[in-house]
Design a protein around this ligand. Sequence first.
Ligand code: GLC
Length: 417
Amino acid sequence: MTSHTSLDLEARNILKQNDRGGYTIPTAGLYPYQWNWDSAFAAMGFAQFDIARAWQELETLFSGQWSDGMVPHILFHQPDPGYFPGPDVWGCEGPIPSSGISQPPVAATMARLILQKDPEAGRAAMGRLFPKMRAWHKWFMDWRLDRGAVCVTHPWESGRDNAPEWDGAMARIDPSDVGEYTRRDTSHVDGSMRPTKYDYDRYIWLVQLGRRLHWDQAAMLEENPFRVADPTMTFTLLRAHRDLMVMGELLGLDTKGMAQEIFLLEKGAQTLWNEELGSYDARDAKTGEWAGCISSASFLCWLAGLPSDRQAEHLERILDATNFGVPSHDPASDRFDPKRYWRGPTWAVVNMLIGLGLEDAGHPLGKRVRELTRELITRFGFAEYFDPMTGEAAGGKSFTWTAAVWLGWASPARGRT
Ligand code: GLC
C-alpha cells in the first residue's frame, strides 16, 4: 500500500468515527455537535466513497433551518455537557436546538461537487435542497448586506473566530456585565492555542444580546454593535449562489432573479477592496473603518470568480515567507501569531477553497496551494490546523474537515497532480 492509500483509508476512518448517524461532528470532545460549514466539507469527503451518506449529511444540516431561512452554525442534536455555550445559553427556538447565528454558506458549493460525481444519484436530494439553499442565501441578502457585501454579526459567524479583522469592532464592546461562565474549550486543548479571555467575554456578551432580542434580525440590526462586512462570507456566498444557479438550471428548477442577485453580490464584493492595502479586506459596517488585514479570506476572491493580480502578488509573497501556507493572517503583520487559531495558523479547508478558486481560474498558484496542503497533511496528520512555519499540528486531532479535504482535494488519488 502506498503512503497515500493508507492516508486515504485513515481519512475515511476519521469520517466514519466522527459520524453520529446522519451527521458528522468536527472532532470528539472539543466539538461534539453538527457544525454548519464543517458538515458541508464532511459531505464532500463522504462523496468520495458513499454518495448517499454525503447527501444525507446536507439534508440533516438543512433539517435545522429556521422558518426565516437561516441555517444555524451549530445544531445541538444530542445534549453534551462538555461543551459551552450549549443550547441553554443560546435560547433558540428553531426546529432543532441550535445556535442563533450562521456560518459561511459553502453548502451549495460542496453540493455541486457532490452532484458532479454522480448527477443521477443526487437529483432527488438536490431537488429538495435547492429551495432551502435559496432561502438561506436570501436570508443573507435580506439581513446581512452592507453596500452589497455580506456582514457578520458575531466573530463565530465568519468561521474565523479570533481573526484580527474583528479586533476593532470587538474593542467597542463593553462586556463588564457578562457574568460568570466556565469555558470548556481550554479543558480539551492548550489555552495558548485558543482565543483569549478578552475575546471570550465578548463572544458570550454577543450571545446574551442575541438571546435578549430573541434573535430577531430587525432588532439585532438596531442594537448589535458588531457588524463587519467580511470577505469570507461575501466570497463564499457569491460562489455558492453561482453554484446554486448552475445546479438549478441543470435540474430544470426556477432560477429567476438569481443572475441579478449574483450581480449585486459582485458589486458588494468590490466594496471590500482596500486600495491602500492593495487587498480585499474586512470593513466595519458601523464605522466604515478598514480592518487593515491581509488574511487567508482575502484570497477567496478567485473562488468568487473575481481574479486579482495584486492579490496574487500578496499570495506569492506570503507563500514564500512560510513553509506551510496559506497562513490565516499575513506573517508580515505584527498581529501574526503562528499558533493562535485564526491569527496565523494554516487551515486545510481554507486552502481548499483558495485552491479551488485559483484552479478554476487556471492560475498556477492553485497547484502550489494544493501541493503544500498535501505535504502538510502527509507529514503532520489530520489536525484541526497547523503552524504555517513548522507545520506542527495544533488544536483538535482526527478532524473531520481536514480528512474530507484530503479525500476530496489534496490526496494524489484525486487525479490532478
Ligand atoms: C471553530 C472554528 C470554526 C469551526 C468550528 C468547528 O469554532 O473557528 O470555523 O466551524 O470550530 O470545527
